[in-house]
Every structure is written in C-alpha cells, then in structure tokens.
Design a protein around this ligand. Structure first.
Ligand SMILES: NC(=O)c1ccc[n+]([C@@H]2O[C@H](COP(=O)([O-])OP(=O)(O)OC[C@H]3O[C@@H](n4cnc5c(N)ncnc54)[C@H](OP(=O)(O)O)[C@@H]3O)[C@@H](O)[C@H]2O)c1
Length: 222
C-alpha cells in the first residue's frame, strides 16, 4: 500500500503559524488543515483531537510529529522567574505527554501500512546539554527526551516506532538569518534536517538502512 499521506493536520496556538504551511501543502496537491491548540493545555489538546476525530474518524494515523518550539527562554538563572522556568517543562515535557496520549492509541490501531506507524519528537542541542542561560528550555527538552526513550521501549514491541530526532545546531532558516557564527557554514541545512526526519519516518527503507531509530542526530552540514 502506498503510504503517501493524504490528509495532514497541523496544530499551533496561533493560526498565523500554521496557515502558510497548510496553504503550501494544499497548493501542491496535498490535503491539509490547521487547528488551533495549546499542546501544554490538556483540555485544548482533547478538543483538537475531538475535531480531528469528527473530520477524519475512521482514517488511519500513519505518523505524528511533535515539533513544538515552545518554552524557549534564554536568561541568566538568577533572573529567571518560576513561570519562565516552568514554561520549558509545560511546553516540551507536558506538551509531549499530551500529544503522545492522544496519538499513540490512534497509531496502535493503524493497519495495512507499508512502514510502521511512527511518532517523532524533535529535540535540540538543549536535549543533550544544559548550556549557560538555558536552564528552563534544557529542563523541558531533557524531559521530552526521557519521555521519547520510555515510549520507544514501551510501544516498540507493540508495533509503534517512536523516534527522537536531535537537531544539534541552528537551522538555516529566514528567522535565524541574523544569527552569525565564526564559520560561514555553521548552520544546519534545512534539507539535511528534513532528510533525517524522513529517515525516521521510513525506517524500513534504504534511507535508514532498514532499522528502527530511537535517536538520530543532525549536527553537521551534509
Ligand atoms: N529553529 C532552529 O534553529 C532549531 C534548532 C534546533 C532544534 N530545533 C527544534 O526543532 C523544533 C521546531 O523548531 P522551530 O524553530 O521551528 O520552533 P518554533 O518556530 O518556535 O515553533 C514551532 C511551532 O510550534 C508551535 N508551538 C509552540 N508552542 C506551542 C504550544 N504550546 N502548543 C502548540 N503549538 C506550539 C508554534 O506555533 P504557536 O506559537 O502559534 O503555538 C510553531 O508553529 C523544536 O523542537 C526545536 O527545539 C529548532
């Protein structure tokens, strides 16, 4: 069976952040929709998945990606408020929990797919290293990584591939244009990051060499 996704649903709090992606997919022949949801708010996530169920109930969920960048606070520790510190965990740890609780039951029901149903979390350098002024974000990213490892071990034997992709550097995108580094090519090529994500999606293809990957890392330009 062809596993090209027919319907894609994107979630973000602010529609301005999913509308351009939805429009681009639809303009290129795909079928995408966006729903406003705050992943750190359990009721908001439930309401979003109720809407998804109303719209696509009966469809197979082949893949789910937790790619939220929320909770990014860069501040000296003694200037950090409790609320700012908690936002790292709320966005990444609790956000990942809410997303996984809603998607794993659907992924477990998936049948007849060419590739295994897959849940991907995106990590960052802060998933591996608590750098100075990154205590809030790194605490959240560490929690997300722990969640991903635990889910991979619990759900892998049940047929769901859970992967944590670590993007260990700054991606070269319009938003990071102003960030300069000593070496001109220090930023990650978005195409290389997409390749890594694709190899997590299609573990049984030649992209990954045919094995399931819990943790993949991008830290150099291809
Ligand atoms: N950009 C980089 O250079 C870079 C480098 C290394 C790793 N990464 C990782 O790659 C992933 C994506 O990064 P990014 O830079 O694209 O992030 P981003 O632009 O800050 O956020 C990505 C999306 O997450 C949504 N989001 C944030 N908090 C949310 C919440 N509570 N509920 C629902 N949606 C939420 C945002 O929309 P709303 O704000 O509207 O909700 C946005 O659409 C993250 O895991 C990040 O840590 C990025």
């Amino acid at each position: 069976m062809n596993q090209t996704p027919r319907e894609i649903t994107t979630l973000a709090r602010n529609p301005a952040n999913f509308t351009p992606v939805v429009d681009e997919i639809n303009a290129n022949g795909g079928q995408a929709a966006g729903i406003s949801a705050d992943l750190s708010d359990t009721n908001s996530v439930k309401s979003a998945f109720d809407k998804i169920n109303e719209q696509y109930g009966g469809s197979t969920l082949a893949a789910a990606v937790f790619n939220s960048g929320g909770g990014f606070v860069r501040k000296p520790f003694l200037e950090l408020t409790e609320e700012e510190f908690a936002s790292g965990f709320e966005s990444q740890g609790k956000g990942g929990f809410n997303f996984a609780q809603r998607t794993l039951p659907l992924l477990q029901k998936a049948t007849g797919l060419q590739h295994p149903p897959t849940l991907i979390f995106t990590g960052a350098t802060a998933s591996l290293k608590g750098s100075a002024s990154f205590s809030a974000f790194a605490s959240g990213k560490f929690a997300l990584r722990a969640l991903a490892q635990s889910l991979a071990r619990e759900f892998g034997p049940k047929g769901v591939h859970v992967s944590h992709v670590i993007i260990d550097g700054v991606i070269d995108i319009p938003r990071t244009k102003a960030w300069t580094f000593e070496h001109e090519d220090a930023k990650l090529d978005p195409a290389a990051v997409s390749y890594l994500l694709l190899s997590a999606f299609f573990p049984s293809s030649s992209l990954s060499g045919g094995f399931w990957m819990n943790e993949g890392k991008a830290d150099c330009v291809l």
